[in-house]
Design a protein around this ligand. Sequence first.
Ligand SMILES: [Zn+2]
Length: 307
Amino acid sequence: MTIDQQVAEADAGVGRLWRRLGLPGLVDVHVHFLPPQVTAAVWAHFDRAEQHYGIAWPVTYRVGDDERVALLRRLGVRAFPALAYPHKPGMARWLTDWTLDFARRTPGCVPSATFYPEPDAGSYVGEAIEAGARVFKAHLQVGRYDPTDPLLAGVWGRLADAQVPVVVHSGSGPVPGLHTGVGPIGEVLRRHPRLRLVVAHAGMPEYAEHADLAVRYPGVHLDTTMVGTPFTESLMPMPADLPRRFADLGDKVVLGSDFPNIPYPYATQIEALERLDLGDDWLRRVLWTNGARLFGLGRDGTASEQA
Ligand SMILES: [Zn+2]
């Protein structure tokens, strides 16, 4: 499969925007690259999206890893992680080995890791931090685990101590899970208030409750993944005051996209953020500054030492 001409034309607008803003490109905190068999399983899941979510979800960027890396480069995405996440025990260490290796061989890819509540979680999370992981991913809906599980107590503590950010899917979208919603992750934050946590999808559909966490805790950020796009607005519309809250939280809102598993062009996410009409300075912070700070990147998007 190749990327269709219309998508390519729409995406040309992305570069025009960051150049106009005087940015070196974009930092996207929510991108997925997975081992080939996991990618195939995820795409098969989206093929059955009508069953799962009651709506078709055609994956726009359904091409090989190399081509997707090239697409990100063309869009100007200077830094992105390869967020992988387990849905059962015994998977996280292997996924982490894969994502760390992928980052080693892929310019622009920020080393990432993941975990699951299991007895060796504390040790492999520590090893991943030592191996250079700069961001972790936790998916409470797919993983179907309680983030307050005692098997994770050491993990959250370690991440808080190391100040390594964790992108957490804690919202109840597109479908609720046993441990989604602001309750369980709120309890983790109560126990580890210094945690650097990036709320995936800004917590949709519990946007307001997750924004409250970002107000209360200094390390809590909101990623923009799928927020404000026509697709999401038809399913889980944002509350009327979310743009105002995003403006107030200007240093804690970070660009996320869910590339490649999105049912529209990358440009649609960027246009949705422009449409919030929060000004060029807000866009600069969201599209670059905040993500670069989270990942410890220098002005040109390469890793600096003071992560
Ligand atoms: Zn995602």
